[in-house]
Design a protein around this ligand. Structure first.
Ligand code: SAM
Length: 337
């Protein structure tokens, strides 16, 4: 294997190895805090990158030193060519690790084909174990499909199956303990995530957010949590549950940001590079992908340059706690969660 390239370094010395690729802004759930039922601000269809365009950007990123691709959305599994996207990424000369973030509605049918195509792991989003509450939170009666999807992921060997939960005050914060009990028994690796200011209506309120410290306290009322050392650039702080082997993760994106170790870049479904979830600026690659005057070689060189420009412009932190913080113009579903 050739030497790993180290080109995507920012002005703070952070090396970027992880590219989050949003393959669609559409979703088959309507989670209240992410994409409410009246949401209609879709990307124009002709702005969405084709599989060939995605592959050009991904293969350039891999040549520039990216070693991990996370496919996301919107809901990545509603893209009809998702298995083919995974297969083609895995067929690159130096294949990166491939993960995917999903609500699992279509995972029962797709877990095995995705694993066969080269998918390594999945992160599944689930905020409640109560089918009625699930319906209220997502505006869809699909709880049993999610559970079937999680089981299919376990059977397909997409280990560890991480289940991500956003706790919201007065909505589902009574489920922290039951969710962890259920996760431990069923072999899920549960992670709680602080709610971030990325909702489409701009109604996020720091004072209402359930903090990582509160989540820790809620869990400690029932379990003994022992910190696991060696976090690296991972967003989650991991804890052994009652001495292990089960672990639980808490992701304190807001109250204890991990920006200093961030190694992530993002590509939106309409071909914009973002250097942070909360960035106010984007770097357009779509125009370069579609410029008929460019040879393949020129196109790839330009895209590599655009990655470098975006990386160099990355700020030291997301600045949520700064009084001048402004929520990004695009919601999570458009950026890629
Ligand atoms: N549809 C896929 C899914 O459900 O995992 C991928 C995209 S979704 C935007 C990715 C994750 O973002 C989900 O776990 C969702 O709960 C989370 N999310 C959305 N809005 C959020 C917010 N404001 N704060 C924290 N997490 C959020």
């Amino acid at each position: 294997m050739g030497e790993l390239r180290v080109t995507l370094i920012d002005t703070y010395g952070r090396v970027h190895r992880d590219l989050r690729v949003s393959v669609t802004d559409r979703c088959n759930l309507r989670c209240t805090y992410c994409m409410p039922p009246d949401f209609a601000d879709w990307m124009p269809g002709d702005h969405l990158l084709s599989i060939d365009e995605l592959m050009t950007v991904i293969s350039v990123a891999v040549d520039e030193g990216v070693t991990s691709i996370r496919l996301t959305g919107g809901e990545p599994l509603i893209r009809p060519d998702i298995v083919e996207i995974v297969r083609r990424i895995n067929a690159l000369p130096t294949p990166p690790r491939i993960n995917l973030t999903t609500n699992a509605l279509k995972l029962a049918e797709l877990a095995q084909p995705l694993a066969d195509a080269g998918l390594e792991r999945v992160n599944i989003s689930l905020d409640t174990l109560d089918a009625e509450r699930f319906k209220r939170l997502t505006f869809r009666d699909r709880y049993t499909d999610v559970i079937a999807g999680i089981e299919a992921a376990l059977v397909a060997g997409l280990h560890p199956v991480k289940v991500n939960t956003v706790l919201m005050r007065g909505v589902n914060d009574d489920e922290a303990v039951p969710m962890l009990q259920h996760a431990v028994v069923n072999g899920w690796h549960l992670r709680f995530i602080e709610q971030m200011p990325l909702d489409p209506h701009g109604s996020w309120d720091r004072a209402v957010m359930v903090t990582a410290a509160e989540i820790h306290d809620l869990l400690e009322s029932e379990f003994t949590l022992t910190p696991v050392p060696g976090r690296g650039s991972a967003p989650a702080e991991e804890f052994l549950v009652d001495g292990g082997p089960a672990t639980v993760g808490i992701i304190a994106s807001v109250s204890k940001p991990f920006c200093a170790a961030c190694d992530r870049l993002r590509l939106t479904a309409d071909g914009q590079i973002r250097n942070c979830l909360f960035a106010r600026d984007e770097t357009d690659v779509r125009a370069t992908l579609r410029d008929p005057a460019l040879s393949d070689q020129e196109r790839r060189a330009r895209i590599a340059g655009l990655f470098a420009v975006s990386t160099m412009a990355k700020l030291p932190g997301h600045g949520i706690d700064d009084p001048s913080f402004i929520q990004p113009d695009r919601p999570m579903s458009a950026i890629g969660g």
